[in-house]
Design a protein around this ligand. Structure first.
Ligand code: NAD
Ligand code: UD1
Length: 349
């Protein structure tokens, strides 16, 4: 295992301050965040680091070392490597397993790679957690539902994934239940809906990040398909809160939806981004993506009743904040009147 240098940018941002309003969560524990150099994992690490000893295991395929908070211990390594994971897990009380191939498109292009990281990697983490006696909080996904029969989709809806990525997440979601039931280690699966906020990066970042970057650069926003598909967009600070609640709940051995309970069409999302960015950037249509889910919206009752979790950040507010961060980080000081020209790096938040 290699110890990584941390950069100056793994500092708290507004999104992390929001997550801190939440009193629940572990204190005085040793925690491991896999994928902790990535978008969600780095926000989670920042929320945990003041009260806990935090280790981060990440192979930096999409993550950035600059996003790792200074007080966390970074370990560069692959979650599919058993020896690496066992070493990282030694003495750990709770593991937040975020590392994954996150893009639906990438999973469609290369299902075996997605399976190796998402399924084999998770099994490796579960096995090491079993040996260490650690609690596991797993990042699952709304993608497990595919095109659900009813909306909002409840946790009891059958898992009928549409993409290899969704199938991977359905498998690990089932393993979460099985490990809790078979070995008695507490495991919780969190089915995130579409997560957004500062710190998403790379060619496979989500649609909000793609739209914001394009709108600020004055480039056309590209909609795949007719734009009438819907998503439930949840702010990363809310996703962090759900993880903190899952780390202490008695109600383990089950999955929870992590969404807002509201959805928006991609066409309406494009309009919100253009309005909040103050741009008249064009909107263009391309062919629909293979494996794309049509409609998605979370039923939030189980997470509210058992975890005490409710998403708080309204979509428009979260997008306005994100645009603010992007504008701030793309301008040299003293040039506030200039239009931003380049997207911010992951570590800039
Ligand atoms: P991300 O790409 O920013 O983070 C994933 C991290 O995992 C990266 O830092 C990457 O370098 C690391 N990683 C990838 N392969 C690895 C490997 N083999 N070994 C070690 N590290 C590896 O993505 P994210 O949006 O932060 O996603 C975090 C988790 O949340 C993932 O499990 C993802 O499937 C899940 N999720 C995300 C969303 C979303 O909208 N972003 C929605 C549902 C579920
Ligand atoms: C996202 C996550 C996935 C997660 C799932 C849960 C990312 C990269 N993927 O997948 O990990 O499990 O939510 O619901 O965050 N679109 C456009 N134009 C663009 C980009 C996307 O029209 O420039 C459309 C897509 O076709 C899709 C919708 O916007 O219909 C959302 O796409 P995307 O943000 O990539 O997320 P999901 O595929 O839903």
């Amino acid at each position: 295992m290699t110890q990584l240098d941390t950069g100056p940018d793994g500092e708290a941002c507004d999104a992390d301050e929001r997550a801190k309003d939440f009193d629940e969560g572990p204190h005085g524990r040793t925690v491991l965040v896999t994928g902790g150099a990535g978008f969600i994992g780095s926000h989670l690490a920042r929320a945990l680091v003041e009260e806990n000893e935090v280790r981060i295991l990440d192979d930096l395929t999409t993550g950035s070392v600059d996003a790792v908070p200074d007080d966390a211990t970074p370990i560069e390594g692959d979650v599919t490597d058993r020896a690496t994971v066992e070493e990282a897990m030694a003495g750990v009380d709770i593991v937040f397993h975020q590392a994954a191939v996150v893009s639906v498109d990438e999973s469609v292009a290369d299902p075996p790679r997605s399976h190796r990281v998402n399924v084999d990697g998770t099994l490796t983490v579960l096995e090491a957690a079993r040996e260490a006696g650690a609690r596991v909080v797993l990042a699952s996904s709304a993608a497990v539902y595919g095109d659900p029969g009813t909306l909002p989709v409840t946790i009891d809806e059958p898992m009928t994934p549409r993409s290899p990525y969704g199938a991977d997440k359905a498998a690990v979601d089932a393993y979460a239940h099985a490990y809790d039931a078979t070995y008695g280690i507490p495991v919780v699966a969190l089915r995130y809906f579409n997560v957004y906020g500062p710190g998403q990066r790379g060619p496979y970042s989500g649609v909000i990040e793609a739209f914001v970057q394009r709108a600020l650069a004055g480039e056309p926003l590209t909609i795949h398909g007719d734009g009438e598909q819907t998503r439930d967009f949840v702010h990363v600070s809310d996703v962090v809160k759900a993880n903190l609640a899952a780390a202490t709940t008695e109600h383990t051995g089950t999955a929870y939806n992590v969404g807002t309970g509201e959805s928006v069409t991609v066409t309406d999302l494009a309009a919100i981004v253009r309005e909040e960015a103050g741009t008249d950037a064009d909107v263009r249509h391309e062919s629909a993506r293979t494996g794309d889910v049509r409609h998605s919206r979370a039923a939030t009752g189980r997470a509210r009743d058992r975890l005490g979790f409710e998403a708080r950040v309204p979509l428009r507010e979260g997008i306005a904040d994100l645009i603010g961060v992007r504008v701030e980080t793309s301008q040299p000081s003293g040039s506030a009147e200039q239009a931003p020209q380049r997207p911010a790096d992951h570590g800039d938040v």
